[in-house]
Design a protein around this ligand. Structure first.
Ligand SMILES: Cc1cc2nc3c(=O)[nH]c(=O)nc-3n(C[C@H](O)[C@H](O)[C@H](O)COP(=O)(O)O)c2cc1C
Length: 200
């Protein structure tokens, strides 16, 4: 075990929002999925479901549907800023919610399971760390989660293999970063929050 390497991989993980077209090698994708599948789960339930989309046609169709459904919504006061941004961008007509990454992994779980979000978040973080270890960029993508009760999106996802009992808890864009050296940006953002209190 190498504690210093583990901490380095955690601290240097950053969100990538610009990707090249270079496909992700199947072996690397499998390693990322393995990292997600080996995340802990409440009561060892192992109900986290990974829907891997790398087919360009499906990604395009999903992006069009997401834009279409967001564009029907209205921005309201006190709305979470990122949802409001998705709505505004969708009404603009050129919104690609997954940043044109070559792979989008939707992380789903049982709707009626109390730890669905916690288990999915553990899996997502494991996958982000693994992507970083493989010199791949990644970014948590929440748009399909926000639309997880939307009938149009539900129907489309059921055609891809999600059951009606599952909800989308989050998503992960994965791909090679469009940077000068081709590597992910790795400088951590300063930590101004996340306080630690040692109780005495
Ligand atoms: C629960 C959660 C939801 C997020 N949703 C999105 C998203 O939908 N789109 C996006 O571009 N980034 C999303 N992010 C990424 C955050 O914006 C990002 O982690 C944060 O700004 C810190 O930057 P860093 O990841 O580079 O350290 C999300 C992150 C988390 C943990």
């Amino acid at each position: 075990m190498n504690a210093a390497k583990a901490l380095e991989l955690i601290k240097s993980r950053r969100s990538t929002r610009k990707y090249t077209d270079r496909p992700v090698e199947p072996e690397k994708l499998m390693q990322i999925l393995e990292a997600g599948r080996y995340a802990p789960s409440g009561g060892n339930s192992q109900t986290t479901h990974f829907l891997v989309i790398s087919n360009k046609e499906i990604l395009r169709e999903l992006a069009v549907l997401v834009m279409q459904e967001f564009s029907k919504m209205e921005v309201t006061e006190n709305m979470y800023a990122s949802i409001a941004n998705s709505i505004r961008a969708s009404k603009g007509g050129k919104y690609i919610f997954y940043y044109n990454a070559p792979v989008l992994i939707l992380v789903a779980n049982q709707r009626d399971y109390g730890n669905n979000m916690a288990d999915s978040a553990c899996a997502l973080e494991n996958m982000m760390i693994m992507a970083n270890a493989l010199d791949l960029g990644s970014c948590w993508i929440n748009q399909v989660h926000w639309l997880t009760d939307n009938p149009v999106i539900c129907e489309y996802l059921s055609g891809l293999g999600l059951s009606g009992e599952e909800c989308v808890c989050g998503g992960l864009a994965v791909g090679y970063p469009d940077t000068e050296d081709g590597l992910p940006v790795r400088s951590p953002l300063p930590r101004k929050g996340n306080p630690v209190t040692y109780a005495e």
